[in-house]
Design a protein around this ligand. Sequence first.
Ligand code: TXA
Ligand code: MG
Length: 325
Amino acid sequence: MGLIGTDISLASKFLKQGEVVSIPTETVYGLAANAYNEAAVSKVFSIKQRPMSNPLIIHIGDIEQINEFVKEIPSEAVILAQHFWPGPLTLLLPKKATIPDMVTAGSNKVAIRIPNHPVTLQLLKTIPFPLAAPSANPFGYVSPTTTEHVKEQLGDKIPYILMGGTCAVGIESTIVGFEDGKTIVYRLGGLEIASIEKLVGTVILHNNLTASNPIEKLVTPGSLSYHYSPNKLLKLGNMSDLLVTYGSQKVGILAFDQYYEGVNKGQQILLAPTGKVEEAAYNLFAALRELDQLDIDVILCSLVPHQGLGMAINDRLVRASASRI
Ligand code: TXA
Ligand code: MG
């Protein structure tokens, strides 16, 4: 079992040695390595059991650093970075050769963000390289939002988990790229679309998101490979229908802001007692992990209000409920 603590200089020491360290961010915990060190980056892939075809996000502490590894920056990207960094926004930009191809899985674009967490911002000041960091969960499973989550699954595979409390946003960053003067959203996340559109005008949702559009997905279930999934079967739909279908089994419910009748409250988790989607985002991944631990056969859930961060939550629910191929 590796160590867990608040020692930034120890985390820094491990990273300089080419080791992998879990770091807190405002979205989810990351599994970080020196982005310039291929041997260190390859450890991240193997610890996560992540396919090498799935690229990693680069984390930096200061916007100036971007010139070390980005070729040119569209004006929209500058505006968004200035407004939302540090924060839950990742920008896809043309990369220089300084970033190993392994980090971007061969793509000529690199994903970058400045995370908004005081501990990790402090850590980034102590190291002379950017950190490549995916979420600190085994590939395909629910992302971690506490050090406990990281410890349970990866604690014996890494030398250090840097503690930083519960992630304030709770859902991964929004990924934004630029093509032919258009702003494209590649992943819905902790920065809502409306905030981006206020600054750069209408954005386009990338195909991989329209494919996960909750409404379409419910019509053609199974069309997506799963992600963000608990080990238990998770079924998404209209709750009264689900309760009829799964009524003879032991069910757990991921509810939005109120409990459902007919199922023990001990087997239900409320995502947002106050009814706010931000609260639901904050609680989402911990709730899925908790339901996964209960003595139940199936987790039932419905879409949350499809606005603001609710869009990102619904995207995760659709993927988590996609059939495993
Ligand atoms: O909030 C976050 O973004 C968290 C924290 C730790 O920063 N990180 C995170 O990383 O969610 P990960 O690896 O779990 O998800 C990164 C996503 C993947 O879907 C990956 O395909 C995409 O970003 N991505 C990374 N680099 C890319 C690139 N060069 N081109 C296209 N997509 C990229
Ligand atoms: Mg992830």
